[in-house]
Design a protein around this ligand. Structure first.
Ligand code: PMV
Length: 307
């Protein structure tokens, strides 16, 4: 039995500009953050795939510890989940990842997968994408499957669709490739931002929300009143392009103002929350250059720019 551990980690993210509009083909500016998910895989002495999940973040109320088990029969290359679909507590995305990887290999190894995340879930910091990227990278490597970064990213996007319905792919892309990115319709470019003396503060409202719900909410509003909502998305798209140019030139005051405008447009889009507005106001009092909600909205986090 192999006693080595295979470990990969993947970062969470913040959307600086363009959330929701990015689902409709407009650009977004997004950055990886220094909170990560680590996936550690050891060989199990049982003929089983086992999964345990723990979260070591301090800010969330909930903490998960779940088991996902497959019995693997190495002789006839079959594997069978131990729990019926209706009784599963583990997110179906993990079943998808494990089954797809087991189907790609003839390896006789039985993995024990441990996911350890610092990223609070459900608050817009890209925890599900980071988890998917870290698990796919570790499990494929453990099973001696070579995946390019592009393949890893596409695989994680499939997992994201199981969780969020119709995501843009921005979360998995920034978690796979890192850095600060301009992202549009599954294509990204990394931005080299000048060394400006600013900080982005992330404030967690403590209100957990469901990304899928807010993606669907915007889709419903688009159906009800396409003219109004298309117009808001277009404005966010233009704002994002202007923000990109401010970012590349290091124009921090303009950047702050554009964050304020983006926040107002997200409110108009129907994904705001009164507590988020209160946070934006109080950050103003502390001298912020501009603040906005980040991610799907309805709660989650505020990002705020400080000199
Ligand atoms: O809240 P998060 O981290 O799941 O981000 C969602 C961002 C959206 O633009 C609303 C959806 C997407 O897939 O881009």
């Amino acid at each position: 039995m192999d006693t080595k551990e295979t470990i990969f980690s993947a970062p969470g993210k913040i959307i600086l500009f363009g959330e929701h509009a990015v689902v409709y083909g407009y650009p977004a500016i997004v950055s990886a953050i220094n909170l990560k998910t680590k996936c550690i895989i050891k060989e199990s002495h049982l003929n089983e795939v086992q999964l345990s999940i723990s979260s070591n973040y301090l800010l969330s109320k909930s903490s998960d510890s779940n088991m996902l088990n497959y019995i693997i029969n190495h002789e006839n290359r079959e594997f069978e989940p131990k729990t019926k679909v209706s009784q599963r507590s583990v997110n179906p995305a993990y079943y998808f990842i494990v089954e797809k990887i087991l189907n790609m290999t003839t390896s006789q190894k039985s993995p024990f997968i441990h996911i350890d995340s610092e990223i609070p879930p459900g608050i817009g910091l890209g925890s599900s994408a980071a988890n998917a990227v870290a698990v796919i990278a570790s499990l494929s490597s453990f099973m001696n499957i070579n995946l390019s970064l592009a393949e890893l990213n596409e695989f994680a996007f499939e997992a994201e669709k199981i969780i969020h319905g119709k995501p843009s792919g921005v979360d998995n892309t920034v978690s796979t490739y890192g850095g600060i990115q301009h992202y549009k319709q599954k294509k990204f470019t990394k931005l080299s931002v000048p060394d400006i003396d600013t900080h982005i503060v992330i404030v967690n409202s403590g209100i957990q929300r469901n990304t899928k719900h807010y993606i669907e909410k915007v889709a419903d509003l688009m159906e009800e009143n396409p003219e109004k909502y298309q117009n808001i998305l277009e404005q966010i798209g233009k704002l994002t392009l202007n923000a990109k140019s401010s970012l590349l030139k290091g124009e921090v005051k303009e950047l702050g103002n554009r964050m304020k405008q983006n926040h107002l447009l997200l409110n108009e889009l129907g994904v705001g929350h009164p507590i988020l507005d209160e946070l934006v106001d109080s950050l103003d009092h502390y001298g912020s250059l501009g603040s906005k909600l980040t991610g799907a909205g309805g709660g989650g986090c505020i990002i705020s720019l400080f000199e």
